[in-house]
Design a protein around this ligand. Structure first.
Ligand SMILES: Cc1cc2nc3c(=O)[nH]c(=O)nc-3n(C[C@H](O)[C@H](O)[C@H](O)COP(=O)(O)O)c2cc1C
Length: 169
């Protein structure tokens, strides 16, 4: 399965992680959703990894503060039936412990409504945080990456997750 990696970023950390994913997934490419011609580019991908930071702390909606916020409104009206979609979130589990990687859930729910097959959920074990809207039925709905406090774990988390999504796609 060839994944296209879509990301948005404010300070570059999510872009850096998206680029590291391309190294783990030969043949994949990373695209900044700020530069999409239209949301059809998402639909044209065979399988998607969507990388989203959380900035709009505590917000009910538009939690990313990036171009993903508008796309999350459009995605439920697009047809992703049966298409594999994995979500990856950047956040700060120490400074924003009550809202850790909250934005992942908005994309997750939008893609669920579009008919996508959501892959890449991960256990909360190994993360220290108070609360996250992205924990659904006891699991994160995607892979949280914390470059602010736990960058030493990122390579291992990414490698393990890539194996998982390759087997689930
Ligand atoms: C003003 C501000 C608000 C933030 N809000 C949250 C938050 O609610 N939840 C969270 O997990 N991280 C939050 N973060 C941390 C960022 O998501 C984190 O630094 C991330 O790596 C940034 O990714 P980017 O460089 O791709 O934009 C916030 C950071 C700042 C500076």
């Amino acid at each position: 399965m060839t994944f296209t990696i879509f990301f948005a970023t404010s300070t570059g950390k999510t872009e850096e992680i998206a680029n590291r994913l391309t190294e783990l997934l030969p043949g994949s490419e990373a695209k900044d959703v700020d530069n999409l011609d239209s949301s059809d580019e998402l639909v044209r991908a065979n399988a998607l990894i969507c990388c989203i930071p959380t900035w709009n702390t505590g917000a009910d909606e538009a939690r990313s503060g990036t171009a993903w916020d508008d796309l999350a409104q459009e995605i439920p009206n697009l047809d992703f039936t049966g298409k594999s979609v994995a979500i990856l979130g950047l956040g700060d589990s120490s400074g924003y412990s009550d809202f850790f990687c909250d934005a992942m859930e908005e994309l997750y729910t939008a893609f669920l409504q579009s008919g996508a097959k959501l892959i890449g959920k991960v256990p909360v074990t190994g993360y220290t945080f108070e609360s996250s809207k992205s924990v659904i039925d006891g699991k994160f709905c995607g892979l949280p990456i914390d470059e602010d406090n736990e960058s030493e774990f990122s390579d291992e988390r990414l490698a393990k997750w890539v194996k998982q999504i390759n087997s689930e796609a």
